[in-house]
Design a binder for this molecule. Sequence first.
Ligand SMILES: NC(=O)c1ccc[n+]([C@@H]2O[C@H](COP(=O)([O-])OP(=O)(O)OC[C@H]3O[C@@H](n4cnc5c(N)ncnc54)[C@H](O)[C@@H]3O)[C@@H](O)[C@H]2O)c1
Length: 248
Amino acid sequence: MAERLKDKVALVTGAASGFGEGIARRFAQEGARVAIADLNEGAAQKLAKELGGLAIRADISRGSDVSALVQAVRAKWGEIDILVNNAGIGHKPQALDTLSEETFDRILAINAKSVFLTAHEIVPAMKARKRGVILNIASTGGVSPRPNLTWYNASKGWMITATRAMAVELAPFGIRVNAINPVAGETPLLATFMGEDTPAIRAKFLASIPIGRFSTPEDIASAACFLCSDEASMITGVALEVDGGRCI
Ligand SMILES: NC(=O)c1ccc[n+]([C@@H]2O[C@H](COP(=O)([O-])OP(=O)(O)OC[C@H]3O[C@@H](n4cnc5c(N)ncnc54)[C@H](O)[C@@H]3O)[C@@H](O)[C@H]2O)c1
């Protein structure tokens, strides 16, 4: 296989599970050195060992953790070429007027503020080097929201607007910024969005996906690899649906 990310240093947040794990695996196959940042240190270590990567425990909603994380990657491999803001959380389906303030704050801190924190740490070096790629894992919920996931959907809408705003501001510095909008995917997070994992609820979700299946970490990894490779050198500011047609 051609190594489309040969010798690139990539930092993937939330890479110990689900989509992030899929992205880390693909990036490693494509020749990148991959830093796996996650709250779940045990799973991150296990994957890093398998991929020859670097595992770092970090809560990406905390500035001090993000700062230490970026320093650890630089100490090991030098500057970061590719940043994937993938870590995110959801909430159980519920009426928008019943979600607790604490949960709202946590969702915004992890799904939105982390994009600000990683940019603060990493963009200055990318600007100085006149290159870099940032990929944000948003959601179809950010463009075609389902009821009862309102605050999660809104956090992903924030991420899509941040992607476009970052892209236009950073383009003159040679930095590309894109997003992926996955549809409901086969990861541990899916049960949270469904509320309950039953055949009836699965069928209801699947009925809204024309291609007729959930997305997989491999689907998201394929799109991520393309957008982060030089093949996409003219692409910036897009939020690419990987959704089997759900947003049509
Ligand atoms: N699975 C879906 O249906 C779906 C659909 C659309 C978008 N997404 C988005 O894809 C991304 C990945 O989701 P997933 O389905 O793979 O979830 P997942 O729960 O399988 O994995 C998320 C990972 O992020 C880590 N994480 C959570 N909070 C963290 C924090 N504060 N600091 C560091 N790491 C943290 C978790 O430990 C976990 O390893 C999320 O942003 C999610 O919103 C998921």
